[in-house]
Design a binder for this molecule. Structure first.
Ligand code: NAP
Length: 455
């Protein structure tokens, strides 16, 4: 894929970038390696100060950064502004908490004194997706830099200006040169970087094929990886649920980011007894959403990020329909306007065992499944290769406990929206990946957990 800014609302190519040459990559890796030798010696107070400054810059210019995101990948501007604010939050969070999360842990043993010490690893490669072009990067960078690592970023090819802006922010905040660098490169240039002995570990957020490819190269080179991959989160609504609240939250959960979120509610699993009511209310909520120019204040749904994503979504919906799915609304791409627009769509009558039911729909398309009872709801929820998040709605404490125990996912939210939060670990199981970001667990992924034993 060419490295370029293509406005998804118009299809217009606004800027193109030449990928770095091998020699240019070498220069950046050498700089990162030498920067690490000094940076690892800085103390928490110094790093905290730089990270707080990063937060201040993000807040100062939030509209400017949000506009770059909206221009490059089409999310509504108001959610882009909220994303920049959340990046400032994760910076402040780790700025404050890293000294506590990485403090020495005394352990009683046969030593005179023994403890665990957390030390940085060196250069960490981050391969990131376009859907939350700032958030995905900052949720990696804030803990990684606080831990004393240095970062190199290979961002998605359709968000190069976001990638360059992030490097500039971190530099302006005062972090030394080489501590965080953006590499404008194609996916085919990643393998050689993973293999480079100066690069100690890698994290990838994106699709399963990309994750499997990176992890296999890292595995051959015995390097640790964290993978945050796709999801097809269930959104379970049982008889005792507050249906109105569930439908409202479910709409947000499906439509956030024009439907292109890994933790979007992709499969609505609803008790038969409330099925009709739920579907009618969901249709009403979806119909109220305004599709349009993502730069406009009142737009709820902008274009999908790229035309291949639009084509893939269209194909999936057509496959589902050909296999007997009923279309409650939407179901066809919007052809009377430029850009990658797809309308809110609701599909029912899909066989939960079919192949299509197990795919990730990356756009504003909801599948609704009817179930007879809690056990069937859990079985349908788990009938997917993915295991990222899950949202379940019931007022019954016994049902809540069973859902918490039996849902196969990295997170279960009861009567609430699945969301990422700097304070809580985030990640998946099954084909959604492994390892965790955020929380104390996130900052402890890329450190040497060193055992110290003193006689
Ligand atoms: P993608 O194609 O996998 O791209 C993600 C990143 O990986 C991009 O930087 C891409 O570069 C790079 N890449 C692609 N193939 C690669 C390879 N073989 N080796 C190394 N790097 C490679 O993902 P996407 O389809 O754009 O993103 C959407 C996916 O990300 C969805 O499945 C979504 O659920 C998932 N996601 C997961 C999370 C999470 O936290 N679990 C969060 C957000 C998104 P190019 O752009 O140059 O191809």
């Amino acid at each position: 894929m060419a490295i370029a800014t293509v406005n998804p609302a118009t299809g217009e190519t606004l800027a193109t970038f030449v990928p770095l040459t091998e020699a240019e990559i070498e220069t950046k890796l050498a700089l990162a390696a030498s920067a690490f030798q000094e940076y690892r010696k800085t103390d928490f107070a110094t790093r905290s100060n730089w990270l707080n400054q990063t937060a201040a810059i993000l807040e100062r210019d939030k509209t400017k950064f949000a506009e770059i995101m909206t221009l490059e990948m089409g999310k509504p501007l108001k959610s882009a502004i909220a994303e920049v604010e959340k990046c400032a939050w994760v910076c402040r969070f780790y700025s404050e908490k890293a000294p506590e999360f990485l403090a020495d842990v005394p352990i009683t043993s046969d030593a005179g004194s023994s403890y665990v010490s957390y030390q940085p690893l060196g250069i960490i490669l981050a391969v990131m997706p376009w859907n939350f072009p700032f958030w995905q990067v900052f949720r990696f960078a804030a803990p990684a830099l606080m831990a004393g690592n240095v970062g190199i970023l290979k961002h998605a090819s359709n968000v190069p200006q976001c990638a360059l802006a992030i490097e500039a922010i971190i530099r302006e905040a005062g972090f030394p040169q080489g501590v965080f660098q953006t590499l404008l490169i194609g996916a085919n240039q990643v393998a050689a970087i993973v293999e480079d002995e100066r690069v100690k570990a890698a994290t990838l957020t994106g699709s399963e094929p990309a994750g499997a490819s990176l992890a296999s190269i890292a595995g051959k080179n015995l390097k640790k990886t964290v993978l945050e991959l796709g999801g097809s989160d269930p959104f379970i609504v049982l008889e005792s649920a507050d249906i109105e609240a569930a439908v409202k939250t479910g709409t947000t959960a499906r439509m956030l980011n024009n439907g292109q979120s890994c933790i979007a509610a992709k499969r609505f699993i609803v008790s038969d007894s409330i099925g009709d009511r739920f579907e009618q209310a969901l249709v009403a909520q979806f119909q109220a959403l305004k599709i349009g120019n993502p730069m406009e204040e009142d737009t709820n749904i902008g274009p999908l990020a790229t035309s291949p994503i639009l084509q893939e979504l269209e194909k999936q919906v057509q496959t589902a329909i050909a296999q007997g799915a009923k279309v409650l609304m939407g179901g066809e791409a919007i052809s009377d306007r430029q850009g990658n627009f797809y309308p809110p769509t609701i599909l029912t009558n899909i066989d939960p065992n079919s192949h299509i039911a197990k795919e990730e729909f990356f756009g504003p398309v909801a599948m609704v499944f009817r179930v007879k009872n809690l056990d069937e709801a859990i079985a349908v929820a788990n009938n997917t290769p993915f295991g990222l998040g899950a949202s379940a709605w019931t007022q019954n404490p016994t049902e809540q406990q069973q859902l918490i125990k039996e849902i196969e996912a990295g997170a279960v939210f009861i009567n609430g929206l699945v969301k990422s939060d700097p304070r809580l670990p985030f990640g998946g199981i099954k084909r959604s990946g492994y390892g965790r970001e955020l929380g104390i667990q996130g900052i402890q992924e890329f450190v040497n957990i060193k055992t110290v034993w003193i006689k």
